[in-house]
Design a protein around this ligand. Structure first.
Ligand code: NI
Length: 172
């Protein structure tokens, strides 16, 4: 399993709902969680690893706390409140971050990995991460949400970052 990098087509693909939870999906989820920790991310959506299905994993508990991986299948944002601007990054857009306005609080409903209905309410990093991952499932990357000025900056920087990434991969 690997993380696809912007602007790969899979990141622009709207993911399809998960229709059944079987052993193969459980292994896939375990692999995603492992990869998220290895990449030091706080969230990872299935299309970032090449599967356009509505599922993401996240852990916003921080490096000092015990791991607390959360799996959300077929997530839907059911309520939002306020707005908040904060720095945001993405495992599919390495070596780049930018300030972005998001809803300050959200409520998300979906299913856990056992198919049980869950509801997550959060603010701060939790709210940001939930919105970021659900965006991925809709084929939206956070850089697509930047203001025209910041997006122009990103477009200028990105080819150089991609070049650096390719060099890093060659040296591995
Ligand atoms: Ni991301």
């Amino acid at each position: 399993m690997k993380i696809f990098v912007y602007p790969h087509e899979i990141l622009k693909t709207k993911a399809k709902p998960v229709s059944s939870i079987d052993g193969a999906l459980q292994s896939f989820i375990d692999e995603m969680i492992e990869l998220m920790y290895r990449a030091k991310g706080v969230g990872l959506a299935a299309n970032q690893v090449g599967e356009a299905i509505r599922l993401f994993v996240m852990d916003v508990s921080g490096s000092d706390a015990p791991p607390n991986p959360v799996v959300v299948i077929n997530p839907v944002i059911t309520a939002t409140e306020g707005t908040e601007v904060a720095e945001e990054g993405c495992l599919s857009v390495p070596h780049f971050s930018a300030k972005l306005s998001r809803a300050a609080k959200v409520e998300v409903k979906g299913f856990d990995r056992n198919g049980k209905e869950i509801s997550i309410e959060g603010d701060g990093l939790t709210a940001r991460c939930l919105q970021h991952e659900i965006d991925h499932l809709d084929g939206i990357c956070f850089v697509d949400r930047l203001s025209p000025l910041k997006r122009a900056m990103f477009r200028k920087k990105w080819p150089k970052i991609l070049q650096r990434l390719e060099q890093e991969q060659e040296n591995e």
